[in-house]
Design a protein around this ligand. Structure first.
Ligand code: NAP
Length: 477
């Protein structure tokens, strides 16, 4: 049976490894010329993962050698390259191969690569990432700017920063990490803030040689350490977001508020104070953001951006902020998922239409009318400060149970029923109203209808649901 995997990032590698483990031959299509997904695309200074490194690791490829509690981007990218090599899935990857369309014909997916080559597959796994398509706002005059300008996920490494006047637009996780990395290297640093964010203080200690040697020497002890870390982290975060009255939430919120109180200047502290509750938006995890933004060469601009001009950015208060370099740390388009790939299912139904105004999926992994199409880290999954690796692993184990039935020729095709999908979606939306994400803020968590595009139930429910597909939720033929 032919199985296509779209994307050679974390989830695509996982899919390829799991398919091979089940005796299937994956064909991985990767539009870029290197694997690694988000860890290939993002190379900005200060890049790190705010999920503890030992949790951001495949369960079948633990890494006792992580150098820090929160690993840096380059270390994570090398980890994925090493795992691909170790599990011998590099040979499955077709690079520079963009899947431009997927059309269901009879009992097969016709998959078009680079708009020309058509191949047929019984099963397709979309591992296309959540935060992949850069969000580039249409600023007036952007093209007239005479300095260098680029999105954070398209970092221009030819640009030197020392002694320059640098502006960063945004205050998300990315902008905050860039701030910490650049403020002491540049002449003048300006952060353009549209909304203030809550920042959870988190030191990032190194693992000593002794600690790493101990992890290596005792794999069982290391596994126990990883399990404990994951359990406390995921359960704590998931309780906090779905139950704002919980002790877990109150503790996290108090830490954020105490952190903000360390800002010495009253005016700066007022401007850094969010107008929403902690965790309404994705929490920023950073050890030294407030220290950095208080440096003498750092400037926080809270007037809105009016336009770019040849010399810099003009804000609506009339001031011109002269810049040599402008970084757009303006986030991603999380609603795009598999798109712009054109996906046509049963009866010529276009996935774009099904996903207008907002994407839906049964348990986040399958869409009715699109048989044998499996989504990893798809719409409305548990994305709030959890390890996407653990999520993808559980989703893949779930999907594998369905894929195995197709592979064994027990069935030809399987899809969730419309009924099961609608029931799940209604329940998900109803549960959303009491989450912290809907306590009054705008964020990339909210879909076009204002509902969090996330898992609005407990972590335990996710684990439970992913344990085994419910037969009555699917139709097969
Ligand atoms: P983001 O959280 O979406 O932040 C984008 C920022 O750009 C926001 O501050 C936003 O302002 C601002 N912005 C967007 N359009 C603008 C405009 N037209 N004018 C002015 N400001 C504008 O994006 P991100 O920081 O790249 O992070 C995205 C996600 O990536 C994170 O939430 C996280 O899940 C992930 N990430 C994780 C890590 C990690 O350590 N694991 C690191 C980086 C990123 P508003 O706030 O007003 O909308």
């Amino acid at each position: 049976m032919r199985v296509a995997v779209i994307g050679a990032g974390m989830a695509g590698l996982l899919a390829a490894i799991e398919l091979r483990r089940h005796g299937l031959e994956p064909v991985v299509f990767e539009k870029a010329d290197r694997l690694g997904g988000t860890w290939r695309d993002n190379t900005y200074p200060g890049l790190s993962c705010d999920v503890p490194a030992h949790s951001y690791t495949f369960s079948f490829a633990r890494n006792p050698d992580w150098t820090r509690h929160y690993a840096g981007g380059a270390e994570i990218r090398s980890y994925f390259e090493r795992v691909a090599h170790q599990f011998d899935v590099e040979r499955d990857i077709n690079y520079s191969s963009e899947v431009t369309s997927l059309v269901w014909r009879g009992d097969r997916w016709k998959l078009t690569v680079n708009e020309t080559k058509v191949e047929e597959f019984a099963v397709v796994i979309a591992a296309t990432g959540v935060l992949h398509h850069p969000n580039i706002p249409t600023f007036d005059g952007l093209n007239t700017f005479e300095g260098d300008v680029f999105h954070s996920a398209r970092w221009n490494h030819d640009v030197a920063f020392d002694g320059k006047r640098v502006g960063v637009i945004g205050t998300g996780s990315t902008a905050v990490q860039i701030t910490s990395a650049l403020v002491n290297r540049v002449d003048e640093f300006t952060l353009f803030q549209r909304s203030a964010q809550w920042v959870l203080p988190a030191p990032n200690p190194e693992f000593s040689d002794d600690e790493r040697a101990a992890f290596r020497a005792d794999p069982d002890g290391h596994e126990e350490f990883v399990r404990e870390l994951a359990l406390t982290m995921f359960q704590r975060t998931s309780s906090a977001v779905i139950e704002p009255d919980s002790i877990e939430y109150q503790k996290i919120a108090a830490l954020c508020r105490r952190n903000l109180a360390t800002v010495r200047n009253d005016d700066l502290r007022a401007r850094l104070t969010p107008d929403h509750e902690p965790m309404c938006r994705r929490l920023i995890v950073a050890a030294d953001f407030y220290e950095c933004i208080q440096q003498p060469n750092a400037n926080l601009v809270t007037s809105a951006i009016a336009r770019f001009e040849p010399a810099g950015i003009r804000t609506t208060d009339g001031e011109l902020h002269e810049l040599d370099v402008a970084v757009l740390a303006t986030g991603f388009r999380p609603d795009r998922f598999i798109r712009p790939t054109r996906v046509i299912g049963v009866d010529e139904v276009d996935l774009d239409d099904v996903w207008t105004p907002a994407p839906i999926a049964y348990l986040s992994v399958m869409v009715p009318g699109f048989p044998n199409l499996f989504l990893l880290n798809g719409p409305n999954g548990p994305i709030g400060n959890f390890s996407l690796i653990e999520i993808a692993e559980r989703q893949m184990a779930y999907c594998m149970q369905l894929i195995s039935r197709v592979a064994s020729h027990e069935i030809t095709a399987i899809e969730p029923t419309l009924n099961a999908t609608q029931e799940f979606e209604q329940e998900r939306r109803a549960a959303a109203t009491s989450t912290i994400w809907m306590s009054g803020c705008s964020s990339w968590y909210l879909d076009a209808t204002g509902i969090p595009a996330s898992w609005t139930f407990s972590y335990e429910r996710f684990v439970d649901e992913m344990h085994q597909p419910r037969p009555d939720a699917f139709v097969s033929h």
